[in-house]
Design a protein around this ligand. Structure first.
Ligand SMILES: Cc1cc2nc3c(=O)[nH]c(=O)nc-3n(C[C@H](O)[C@H](O)[C@H](O)COP(=O)(O)O)c2cc1C
Length: 161
């Protein structure tokens, strides 16, 4: 794939990884089955209207199912969720095994022991290179004021202090 001189993917991945982020679970019930993934590309966008975003790889096999769901649940993972983040990025059939979940009447799925929760719909999906930039509109938001989030940095997890 042609690219800018000096911007080889390995360097870019390492440079992007210098930026610490949280990790969210984005999940919904589709056809009676929990589908979702872990995403570190989540960020807040707008208060009015309330919008957040994340980016999903064009190669994602989960996104085509997830984007059909009427509502998407977003959970900000907690400090103890390092293994859960890996599980949510692993083999699709086992992603939610053993996790305490809540499913709304509209099918949004959240993890009970997260640090913040959003009930969302897809506002817009924009092609962005090898990812799709997804803008989500919030319908509800909640958070656990004293819970520490999971922090993702240079391919590793650390609980925030
Ligand atoms: C900490 C972490 C953060 C991730 N962030 C993203 C992300 O922002 N966007 C994305 O498309 N995949 C991300 N992934 C990978 C997905 O969770 C998932 O493994 C990938 O989408 C492949 O599965 P799929 O084909 O079912 O979508 C992340 C994985 C981990 C462990």
């Amino acid at each position: 794939m042609p690219g800018e001189p000096g911007l080889d993917p390995t360097l870019l991945r390492a440079a992007f990884g210098a930026f610490p982020t949280g990790v969210v679970a984005i999940a919904a019930s589709v056809g009676g089955r929990a589908v979702g993934l872990a995403a570190s590309s989540f960020t807040s966008v707008s208060l009015a209207p309330p919008l957040v975003s994340f980016s999903v790889a064009t190669t994602s096999r989960t996104w085509p199912a997830l984007r059909r769901a009427p509502r998407l649940g977003v959970t900000v993972l907690a400090g103890h969720h390092g293994a859960v983040a890996r599980q949510l990025a692993g083999p699709a059939e086992g992603r939610f095994t053993g996790l305490p979940l809540t499913t709304t009447a509209d099918g949004a799925i959240t993890l009970d022991d997260g640090v913040a929760w959003f009930d969302t719909t897809i506002e817009r999906a924009v092609a962005a290179g090898d990812h799709t930039l997804v803008l989500l509109r919030l319908h509800s938001a909640a958070h656990a004021a004293d819970a520490a989030p999971l922090v993702f940095h240079r391919s590793g997890f650390r609980p925030a202090v």
